[in-house]
Design a protein around this ligand. Structure first.
Ligand code: ATP
Ligand code: MG
Ligand code: MG
Length: 385
């Protein structure tokens, strides 16, 4: 059968690899960590950094198509892979998305809705941004995820420290948005241009890390359509082949803004393995192998809550027996070596009779982990409607 290569061997790669294996594909992976999460499901793992052109050429020489589960891949590696085999998503889309300034400027140039932002080249630029826009968040240009590489500022006196904390590199300074709720929309696009748009996922973050996600989002039909139209527009304009997740903010006056883009499977769609007709992982395989895209209909409301290293005791996961007493709940562990606070180690998922019910089940399950701790998460259950 055909072989799919993955740049990145984290949990997103692992769950995609499991789907790909079910569909008869062989998997090879390049990742800097020898004990990466994909290791048990890949037939070959190349341990190398994401700027190692020789290692990437080696991967490309044995793969029919290469995809990625992380956007921080050196452009030289993207070029080297694309010159030797099929790379989906392509170099252009990944190059735009992997740099926060480039991504925002591209979104703005293409008239997609964004909050106010400044590309800061100095501590003075950060101070000016706060003076102009009030409370802000400074975000490093490269490599930030799970809220890392971000500094919140409320006044201009904090600009120097923020500049230093971000390593003295150019950064994006965003106005802090008064968020009513957060949603994301996942779009799949195949090599031959077929597009499938998922129902929006409603998401909740604690200190920049995703706590839970639920679908349906329990928002108006009008907002659902606006968000899907926006996400589809971004995916088509950037020419993604594979998956594109569009993270959005909705403000209290119902303004829809793009937060950021991800050209890969997304944590906010892990419930797609439970409640949606085609999981995001299977969909990525279909898209990059140019198979017909799968149905994105939600056949049951579904939700996930993340499990961070915070609730591990040293290297031991919390006891699950009471958590798994909650009907409809399943456990997904990523098999990562080395639990650390803030590190995503797994998730709990559930289907339910409504979004509220599915969310209630995963949060109830989470509260029953033993030893009982919420880690750093805010796990209060909002009324979704
Ligand atoms: P990810 O793990 O999704 O890649 P990240 O580190 O790239 O996360 P962002 O998505 O930029 O971080 O921000 C994380 C979260 O912080 C957002 O989902 C939102 O809850 C909050 N946040 C980010 N930017 C803003 C903003 N401008 N105004 C208000 N809240 C924000
Ligand atoms: Mg991000
Ligand atoms: Mg984000």
């Amino acid at each position: 059968g055909a072989t799919i290569g993955f740049l990145g061997g984290g949990q997103l790669g692992r769950m995609t690899a499991l789907a790909a294996r079910s569909m008869g594909y062989d998997i090879q992976v390049l990742d800097p960590e020898a004990a990466c999460a994909t290791r048990p499901v890949a037939s070959r793992t190349i341990t190398a950094k994401f700027d190692d052109v020789n290692a990437a050429v080696d991967l490309a020489s044995q793969c029919d198509v290469i995809t990625l589960e992380i956007e921080q891949i050196h452009p030289d590696v993207l070029d080297a892979v694309a010159a030797r085999t099929t790379l989906h998503p392509g170099r252009e889309a990944v190059y735009i998305i992997q740099d926060r300034i480039r991504q925002k400027q591209w979104l703005k140039a293409n008239d997609f809705p964004l909050g106010a932002f400044v590309a800061a080249q100095s501590a003075d630029d950060i101070a000016d941004a706060v003076r102009t826009h009030g409370p802000c968040i400074a975000k490093s240009t490269h490599g930030g995820y799970d809220g890392r590489g971000q500094v919140r500022l409320s006044n201009v006196d904090q600009a120097k420290d923020a500049w230093t904390a971000l390593g003295g590199h150019p950064c994006v300074v965003e106005q802090r948005i008064d968020i009513a709720y957060e949603i994301s929309v996942l779009v799949a696009r195949s090599a031959s241009g077929q597009v499938a748009v998922y129902p929006p996922s409603r998401n909740h973050h604690t200190s920049g890390i995703l706590t839970w996600a639920v679908v349906p989002a329990v928002i108006s039909d009008a907002m659902t359509q606006r968000a899907q139209h926006l996400a589809r527009g971004v995916a088509e304009r950037i020419g993604i082949v594979g998956l594109l997740a569009v993270e959005c903010f909705v403000t209290k006056d119902n303004t829809l803004l793009v937060n950021e883009l991800a050209p890969r499977p997304h944590n906010t769609y892990h419930h797609s393995e439970r409640g949606l007709a085609t999981s995001q992982f299977e969909q990525l395989v279909r898209a990059v192998c140019d198979l017909p895209l799968g149905d994105t209909t939600a056949f049951a409301p579904s939700a996930i809550v993340n499990l961070l290293g915070d609730v591990w005791v040293q290297d031991t996961p919390p006891a699950m027996e009471h958590a798994l007493e909650v009907d409809g709940v399943r456990l997904h562990l990523y098999g990562k070596a080395g639990a650390r606070a803030g590190r995503k180690m797994g998730h709990l998922s559930a289907i339910g009779t409504s979004a509220q019910d599915a969310l209630g089940r995963v949060l109830e399950s989470y509260r029953r982990l033993s030893p009982a701790t919420t880690g750093s998460f805010d796990v209060h259950e909002p009324v979704l409607a």
